[in-house]
Design a protein around this ligand. Structure first.
Ligand code: SAM
Length: 286
């Protein structure tokens, strides 16, 4: 018997919950997957954990046992009452009924650090898939003092995030993740590990936040803007993509820059290293 499935159905019945598709609600019912997420996030009693989208509290239950404190950020008001009832005996839980994309995570963490001397701050989540990328980019770009981010997301996005620049699955976001973190794939998860079943296969990944960036980059914002332009027209060569998006003022100008930094003028965007893009940024005047 799957006790998590029974428990989930019981809670959903009791509180008259129907999974809200537009909020990306797919509740985990696999003991093995839950255990893998908990184990790979390596939570200790001295850690502060922020859980995004706790839903009915399936992961939260385990996080509360392991961590010093858990802050849950959940947008759906209906889930808040469930979490409050379910975990009323725990004194290490704080629930925020907010949209994670609007939470001032930096101030939230600063306040928590003033209150307690946390060893590590970790994010753990089975993310709502409709906003996977904005959530991950927010957490990375804000340069929060995080140790790791362990999340379940769509497999296809996961593979792009954990690939290394130059590999087959490389996309613009690969470079951002690579700059901020060392990423690892943990476990592929089939649709029948959730109710309701999502339409895609999922994957648990862990982003171990770098203490130091892999290379010193003078013009970081400019470089990431160039990377975005390069991947806007994926089937084109890098040269054409950057001419079309006006990063290079002309084809001749582009050829000159690529030659100067030792790149083939027919190279494709996904073949460049982070350093190559940093070099392009350095050689562009505006
Ligand atoms: N953690 C639960 C589990 O594993 O069973 C639920 C995961 S479900 C995939 C995603 C959760 O994120 C839902 O509870 C949903 O209501 C919540 N959510 C959706 N959009 C959100 C947002 N913008 N901010 C915070 N939570 C959100």
């Amino acid at each position: 018997m799957n006790t998590i499935l029974e428990e989930t159905k019981f809670i959903m019945n009791k509180y008259h919950i129907k999974a809200n598709k537009s909020l990306g609600q797919n509740f985990l019912i696999s003991e093995e997957v839950i255990q893998t997420i908990i184990d790979s996030s390596q939570i200790e009693k001295e850690d502060l954990v922020i859980e995004i989208g706790p839903g009915l509290g399936t992961l939260t239950k385990h996080l509360l046992e392991k961590a010093g404190k858990v802050i849950c950020v959940e947008l759906d008001q209906k889930m808040i009452k469930i979490l409050q009832d379910r975990f009323s005996l725990y004194n290490n839980l704080e629930i925020l009924n907010q949209d994670i994309l609007k939470v001032d995570t930096k101030s939230l963490i600063e306040e928590e650090k003033k209150k307690s001397n946390w060893k590590n701050i970790k994010i753990v989540a089975n993310l709502p898939y409709y906003i996977t990328t904005p959530i991950i980019m927010k957490l990375l770009e804000e340069e929060l003092p995080l140790e790791s981010i362990t999340v379940m997301i769509q497999k296809e996005v996961a593979n792009r995030l954990i690939s290394i620049p130059g590999e087959k699955e490389t996309g613009a976001i690969t470079y951002s993740v690579y700059y901020y973190a060392q990423a690892e794939g943990i476990l592929e998860v089939p649709p029948n590990s959730f109710i309701p079943e999502p339409e895609v296969t999922s994957k648990v990944i862990k982003l171990n936040i770098r203490k130091q960036s892999p290379l010193a980059i003078e013009k970081k914002e400019k470089m990431f803007k160039i990377i975005k332009c390069a991947f806007m027209q994926r089937r084109k060569t890098l040269l054409n993509a950057l001419v079309n998006t006006k990063v290079f003022s002309s084809k001749e100008d582009g050829i000159e820059i690529l030659k100067k930094i030792g790149l083939d003028t027919n190279i494709r965007p996904e073949k460049l290293s982070l350093e190559d893009y940093a070099n392009i940024a350095k050689n562009i005047v505006n």
